[in-house]
Each structure stands twice: as C-alpha cells, then as structure tokens.
Design a protein. Structure first.
Length: 237
C-alpha cells in the first residue's frame, strides 16, 4: 500500500496515476492504493476534475463505466481525429457503426431484429463488434428457438465516455423535423406519438444515419491513444 501523500497533493497524485491507466479506476481501488478513505479520494477526484475544467486544460477527468479516467477535451476532437487518422488506417465500417448504434438504443435485441431494422443481414458487423468487445450476448429471448439477445458492454461505455446507456443522447434531438422523428420511432419499434401515416422516406435522412450522427456526437470524448495496442485492419467489415 502506498502512503505518504498529503491531502494537498492528492489530486496531482491521482492525475499521475490515472494518466498511465488504460481503463477506468474506481474510487475504492484508488483509496486502497493511496491508503486513504473513499470519501477523501472522491473529494480529491472532484477537485481535480474541477481544476482541469477551470484551467481549460486539454484533458478532462470523467466518471465512466463505474470508474474514473482521463480523456482529451471534446473541443479538440477534430484536431486529434486529423492527427490520429494520419497514421491509423483502421476505421470501423459504416455497417458496424449502424449495428452498434442500433444495439445501444434498442438493447436487448436479437440478430433478426437488428437485420430487420437495417433491412439487410447484419451478422458480419455484429460479430465484428463482439470480437472488438463493444457488444456481448446478454441473454435469450422468450421466442421460438430462444435467439440470443445482445447489448453493449462496459468497454462501449468507456470508449464513448458514458456512465450508463441512459446517458446516450436523445435521438430525436438529431432529427430535422417531426416527420423524421416519427420515422425513427417506426423503424426502431418505438410507439408513435401520432396516428399519421409514415412519411415518404426518399427525402429524409434514414434512421440509421440519425442514429450514427447521435453516436458520432459522443466521439467528442477521445481517449488517450495506446500506441502499443494499436492494430491496423484494412479489410472491409
């Protein structure tokens, strides 16, 4: 057990420790490391979070997936994205992004339901998300054959800076008009607020595009890049 840090320097010590972690660390674990009680650790974390925000630093401290982790500031997302994409040729396919968004907003959901929403088979994209750790099987549906139900993982929450799926942005905020809102509800299986017919889809953004836009908004939170763990994959997924 590490001891000897006075309370005045505890926020700085926490910043140093969290800088080298590759996953969120909960307050209990931090308390055990520093030999402090959980309340003091939580106060120090909140103090560090506030100082980073007040000083307009390039990093932020966020509570995600049951723990604390440092992230780059959303204001610099485009700059970081430009830099990262200059050497990272691996990008998640649009199909995988659509499936991930559908699972996130409709979980728990079966493979057949995902494919029905997208209108095409989604097994390859879903398997890719499972392999990467974003999606997992969470149970079985009470239906013939007991098909598997899928949901997002804690890694998904961590990557997108969320404490829980409840923190996902409201899809309707990304719809340009009420007709598109209704279309999203229809396609994702949500009850419609109106009895009017579903509008013509030809001149409207698809629900998948709206979902992907909402999900992309979360990418303003960019995690520290782990160069040692970076892999490249140019195959279409």
């Amino acid at each position: 057990m590490f001891e000897g840090i006075d309370l005045e320097h505890l926020p700085a010590a926490l910043e140093a420790l969290l800088f080298v972690t590759d996953e969120p660390v909960d307050a209990i674990t931090l308390a055990n490391i520093f030999g402090e009680n959980v309340e003091e650790i939580e106060l120090a974390l909140e103090d560090l979070q506030r100082k980073l925000d007040e000083d307009a630093r390039g990093i932020q401290l966020r509570e995600v997936a049951g723990g604390w982790r440092l992230y780059t500031h959303p204001a610099y997302h485009e700059l970081i994205e430009k830099y990262v994409l200059s050497w990272d040729t691996r990008r998640m396919s649009s199909a995988a992004l659509e499936v991930l968004a559908i699972v996130a907003y409709s979980q728990p959901i079966t493979r057949a339901q995902i494919s029905a929403i997208r209108g095409v088979s989604s097994d390859t994209a879903l398997n890719t998300l499972i392999d990467r750790g974003y999606v997992r099987e969470v149970g079985s549906a009470d239906a013939p054959g007991n098909p598997g139900l899928y949901g997002t993982t804690s890694m998904f929450l961590e990557k997108y800076g969320l404490r829980s799926p409840a923190d996902l942005p409201n899809l309707e905020e990304y719809a340009p008009d009420e007709k598109t809102v209704q279309l999203i509800r229809e396609r994702l299986g949500a009850p419609s607020a109106a009895d009017a017919a579903v509008p013509d889809e030809r001149d409207l953004p698809t629900p998948e595009q709206i979902v992907a836009d909402a999900q992309a908004s979360l990418l303003g939170v960019v995690e520290k890049v782990d160069f040692d763990q970076l892999t490249f994959n140019t195959d279409d997924e």
